[in-house]
Ligand binder design. Sequence first.
Ligand SMILES: Cc1cc2nc3c(=O)[nH]c(=O)nc-3n(C[C@H](O)[C@H](O)[C@H](O)COP(=O)(O)OP(=O)(O)OC[C@H]3O[C@@H](n4cnc5c(N)ncnc54)[C@H](O)[C@@H]3O)c2cc1C
Length: 348
Amino acid sequence: MRFYICKEKAEPKPFRIAVIGAGPAGLTAAGYLACRGYDVHVYEKMPEGGGMVAFAIPEVRIPIKAVREGVKDLERIGVQFHFRTKVIYDSPRELGDEWAEHFVSLERLLGEFDALLIATGAWKPRKLKVPGAELSGVYDALNLLHHIKMARIGYYPWERIPDLKGKHVVVIGAGYTAVDVAIEARLLGAEEITMAYRRSLEQSYAKAEIKKLISEGVKFIEMASPVKILGEGRVQGVEFARTRIDEGSVVTTDKRFVIDADVVAYAIGQLPTSPIREVVCANEKILKEAGIFFAGDVVAPRNIGTAMREGRARGKEIEEWLLSKAPRKVFPVPVTARLIGSVVNGKC
Ligand SMILES: Cc1cc2nc3c(=O)[nH]c(=O)nc-3n(C[C@H](O)[C@H](O)[C@H](O)COP(=O)(O)OP(=O)(O)OC[C@H]3O[C@@H](n4cnc5c(N)ncnc54)[C@H](O)[C@@H]3O)c2cc1C
């Protein structure tokens, strides 16, 4: 997997850039900037690079070997990686944090680097908020996929992975994560897999992949939204409400039906996880003046292609910014830290 192809490395330039997050967005930006001659350091909390591609997308779809080759390309052009290193500002605990052994503050990076790119993705699954969601056997699909992938690439023992053999797995959702959990469930021996989606198949983000799964025996129920997970202690079924679309919005109707289930995996979206919590509220213009840029899923969860395109575009922007603001920062570090503080406190 090529994150950036550097045809000819430029002469060294006197600027240092920190990239936080080694997913497709951060890696592409790092490749672009290293190729242009900048001193690029990538901080990544996981033990290696690749982001969701390495640590959630099933091995049968994108093998870790391909991701590792892409990361090696970047090392060859001088990108310096700091793995198992989490960058913190006001970050709460997130998926994958157990791998971090070192913690570096955002303020320290602001002091040591000329510009920062935050490309930390969207690692927080949206929680299913219906009665019974806490029952044993109900999983958020991102966590489940992350753990399965960690086992497949040798980081976790298989005993940590739920046994899906012979089970009826009900998948709620119809995006990439839902598709992947259905694929893994089948590989792990599930007897029956049913996907349920609150809109129609044609409206689903991953309809091509879902059509393929249907042709391979996966059941797909459209226009259905879960209202209750049934069971005592452990999941036994899911109660759904029929839905209809009203001016583009999903409306649940009074029609109900129940599907038996041994395992439920919900994939109903992910939320951005930035070391600066409120990216949404962040006044991008102010942060850009301070040399802080954002790219990829941390802006809004989308896909690999968009993350890579944004990584490259932000790399170019950082370069333009550095050249126009040379030789050094617009704001001293404590001022920048205060700026971030006001952004985080909602004063933006
Ligand atoms: C299960 C699944 C299947 C998918 N399938 C597809 C698909 O088929 N096609 C497609 O185009 N897209 C797919 N996507 C979406 C795609 O993976 C993402 O859009 C893409 O990976 C986003 O890239 P990114 O670099 O923005 O973030 P990520 O890939 O999430 O990388 C962010 C990185 O930042 C690191 N990080 C986070 N916080 C910190 C911190 N504070 N300090 C240090 N490091 C940190 C994380 O460990 C991670 O490595 C899928 C996503 C999932 C979850």
